[in-house]
Write a protein that binds this ligand. Structure first.
Ligand code: LLP
Length: 433
């Protein structure tokens, strides 16, 4: 096991991903390539589904936040596993529709839905809009009235929690492009407006406090604030909030230095506090929705690269360059995210060097990571970066006109292409002049 149990080493001293030999995968599909262990994704969906039902009741629904990793087959997996999905754009909605995902189980997010997005989503019969602001509420109400329908919505509320320094200032997060804050009074105003709006059924509230969170405390704090707010709504408006979406955000183990989260236990702990707060405020327990992205798909993934130049700068550092980089994984450039890397064709070699893994773009910041523990690498080696299932493919670009890598799904040791590699022709397909 390397970081997660589906990453292992076989008797050829090769890394295996879900039982498939990573070097064979690289030889068959080329590099760079994203590999995904389908069983891990399905298992994570089942953990969430079971724990949500046991902890919050049979009507609880986990949604897969599909911004984490979006392509057609992933919506089929989410549908088969009985999850809903969170979509944030016309493109995600279109992909979900193509996959035949049941529209009533789609929650449509986003802080700036265009009129076209709203119309497309209504054409599709999207079950729930998560409304961010007054402008959206008015536009949605007008379109619903025009169509003679009632659109079910949640309102996105900012509880004022900063999940990293949440003990400091509780309003740290009020200055956000997302949602309406409770402390400014705007949340109550939009609730009143939604109750009064024609063509709108206000089913409940949504909050999302952040991502890659390892502690339960920020979730409990958010639940505390949100349940108080639900009680305030009952008092001020005599209106019952029937659904409470707690957002996503549970963390994932990227390196041996990260903790492993027991998601079922975390959901149980969060449920205990939500139930407790509802009792305390004497409000009926709403239907609870969870919205994980990263924790469903991150661990399932790995990216395979081929090592190119290896350059030692005496007194400075060693650069190991690979045939991908920030276009397929922008997370170090954006967030200094830490990953685990190893040489897949000498997988058990001790990782005794500290190197900078660089991409192939014309940009110094194009790094997969610095101070990364690695065994000695040489040109032609297959380098694997683990736990790249979330926010890699979905954030990939064609910078420097690099084609996006394929997504290869491994199930019980067998591999299939879920998304083919982009070709140079794909890159010029839309160039009309
Ligand atoms: N719900 C909402 C409204 C969200 O905005 C997000 C993530 C999620 C759910 C899912 O959160 P998760 O369970 O994946 O933490 N690109 C960044 C992460 C951005 C997260 C955006 N919102 C990264 O690569 O770390």
């Amino acid at each position: 096991m390397i970081v997660h149990s589906h990453f292992d080493i076989n008797d050829r001293d090769h890394l295996t991903i879900g039982g498939a030999d990573a070097v064979d995968l690289a030889n068959t599909y080329g590099t760079p390539a994203y590999i995904l262990d389908e069983n891990v994704i399905r298992e994570n969906c089942r953990i969430y589904k079971k724990a949500a039902a046991e902890s919050f009741g049979a009507d609880a629904l986990p949604l897969y936040a599909s911004k984490a990793l979006c392509f057609t087959a992933i919506y089929r997996i989410a549908a088969e596993e009985g999850l809903g999905v969170d979509c944030v754009s016309g493109g995600e909605l279109y992909t979900a529709k193509k996959a035949g995902f049941p529209a009533e189980r789609i929650y449509f997010h986003g802080n700036n839905k265009t009129d076209l997005d709203i119309a497309d989503a209504m054409d599709m019969g999207v079950g729930t809009f998560v409304v961010d602001n007054f402008d959206e509420l008015s536009a949605l109400s007008a379109e619903a009235v025009r169509r003679g329908i009632t659109q079910r919505i949640l309102l996105r509320i900012t509880p004022g929690i900063d999940p990293h320094t949440h003990r400091a200032i509780m309003t740290g997060n009020v200055d956000s492009k997302f949602g309406s804050a409770i402390v400014t009074g705007q949340a109550m105003e939009i609730v009143k407006a939604a109750i009064a709006a024609e063509g709108i059924d206000l089913a409940g509230l949504h909050c999302h406090i952040g991502s890659q969170i390892f502690d339960i405390e920020p979730f409990s704090d958010a639940a505390d604030i949100m349940v108080r707010f639900i009680a305030d709504i009952r008092r001020a408006c005599n209106y019952e909030i029937r659904e409470f979406n707690l957002g996503g955000g549970l963390g994932v183990r990227y390196t041996e230095y990260d903790r492993e989260i027991d998601y079922a236990a975390a959901i149980r702990d969060i449920a205990a506090v939500v139930t407790g707060y509802c009792k305390e405020h004497n409000i009926p327990m709403p239907r609870v929705i969870l919205e994980p992205g990263r924790s469903l798909v991150a661990a399932a993934g790995a990216t395979l690269y081929t090592v190119g130049s290896v350059k030692e700068i005496p007194g400075f550092r060693k650069y190991v360059s690979v045939d991908g980089g920030m276009p397929d994984n922008p997370r170090y450039a954006l967030y200094q995210s830490r990953y685990t890397a190893l040489i897949a064709n000498r997988a058990s070699a001790p990782r005794t060097e500290k190197v900078t893994i660089a991409g192939r773009c014309c940009e110094s910041g194009d790094l997969i990571g610095e101070d990364m523990e690695l065994s000695s690498a040489k040109r032609g080696d297959i380098l694997a970066v683990l736990v790249t299932g979330a926010y890699n493919y979905s954030m990939a670009s064609n910078y420097n006109r690099l084609p996006r890598p394929p997504v290869i799904m491994v199930k019980d040791g067998e591999a299939r292409i879920a998304v083919r590699r982009e070709s140079y022709e794909d890159l010029t397909r839309n160039d009309l002049m």
